[in-house]
Design a binder for this molecule. Sequence first.
Ligand code: NAD
Length: 499
Amino acid sequence: MTTITHWIAGAPYAGPAGATTPVHDPATGEVTGQLLQGDAAVVAEAVRTATAAQREWGATSLARRTEVMFRMRELVVQHTDELARIITAEHGKTLDDARGEIARGRETLDFACGISIASKGEYTADASTGVDVHSMRQPLGVVAGITPFNFPVMVPMWMHPIAIATGNAFVLKPSERDPSAANFVADLYRRAGLPDGVFSVVHGGREVVDAILEHPGVAAVSFVGSTPVARYVREKGAAHGKRVQALGGANNHAVVMPDGDIEQAAAQIAAGAFGSAGERCMAVPAAVAVGEAGDLLAGALKREAERIVVGPGDREGVGMGPVITAEARERVLRYATDALEAGAELVVDGRELVVEGHEGGFFLGPTVLDRVGTDVAAYREEVFGPLLTVVRVDTFEEALDLVNSSPFGNGAAIFTASGEYARRFTHEVQAGMVGVNVPIPTPVAYYSFGGWKDSLFGEHHAHGPEAVRFYTRNKVVTSRWPHQDRPVTASLSFPRTTD
Ligand code: NAD
């Protein structure tokens, strides 16, 4: 049994003896580690060392900062398999899925390697007579990230490469469910040559989150997690004068028009619904079948769902692993049973699934429910598990209204062969990320990631150009160098640029 420590000043940090919480292997249900729980004192120590380190790091040349990012990128590539094993052991997703998560997270490191271009300022000569103007973006200081269990490497990697490359120090508070990947990444930064203190990890739960939100030395907080906590973090962080971006939960819809290739749509939707056991913020838990698409879609989804092999994520041939905790399993079961009691039709039933040799694991099979009522909790709320609901409507307009009536607005997809419907959908849907014949429209790292409505509180999306803005402050410099041919006269009137 390992004890998982914090990471402060470039090394593991235990601090004074305190409480621990167990970390489980979701495929067996066994406790595999004990996680140290931080508190306000540990946060204060992390911020103290981060503040000292940031003074120098923020003044380090872009060339030197970029060099560290290139080395870090290479280390992540070299250690992908090791990191994937750490993810699978604590999260449960398959090794291949974990490698995919690392690759998509690494894309932000690719972007950060080009930070000298992404953070360039502007210059205007002769804005007024003898007056030049330029702008620059400067780091905020110490910034923090608070992240969810479902992408223990990728989601923090949306944040720290850009925060660090732009000259900030970064304090990460990862999920307490799968914390080990964060420490591994911290050690890779050390090996990449990042100065001690620029990247720290403080483990724990609400007490640590509150300490971060209250600490006057933390300038900005990036949060990703469920909507109630996102709202809380946004409000509390803002009340303490911080810049906050808080990405919340989701309930993404895929609209299926009868004109397209329904088999192809079903395969894509099943992958979106059951990949990572449905525990992705860009999962597709709700399919909206329009008109005649309904029966064909239900049949094709049944075939797709029944093909999925469920088991431990490190076993060859497995497509879907367990959910994160026993409580999560119970919650998904409740949603399915309540929906059936409310009249939904059972297409595929994964509720009784047992994985031989892994009876203690938190497994569920893919479950598909058809003709689900829009007042049913399994449709309305974020289930975050391998449960796919099919809602039937008659027209495109009804489908669009349904998607837009959701309080969430993370992702939305349409499957169609019609350019007209695709265009109307992309223009009129109330969501931050839209897919056309793509079930999980997660933007590439040089665009930004974020939802609308209750899926994001704050002005900036994550990674890409919006993250550069989030982690920096703009400064505009107006300069004039008077000389004898161009004497400057002072005036009490407000200066005009045409003078
Ligand atoms: P969560 O909200 O329970 O936890 C997220 C973080 O907040 C963790 O670090 C946790 O320790 C902390 N936390 C939990 N409860 C808290 C509280 N009461 N006060 C203060 N801090 C608290 O989320 P989760 O279960 O780890 O992750 C799943 C959720 O994250 C889903 O809702 C999913 O949609 C969402 N998510 C959203 C995105 C996105 O980009 N919008 C991406 C990934 C995950």
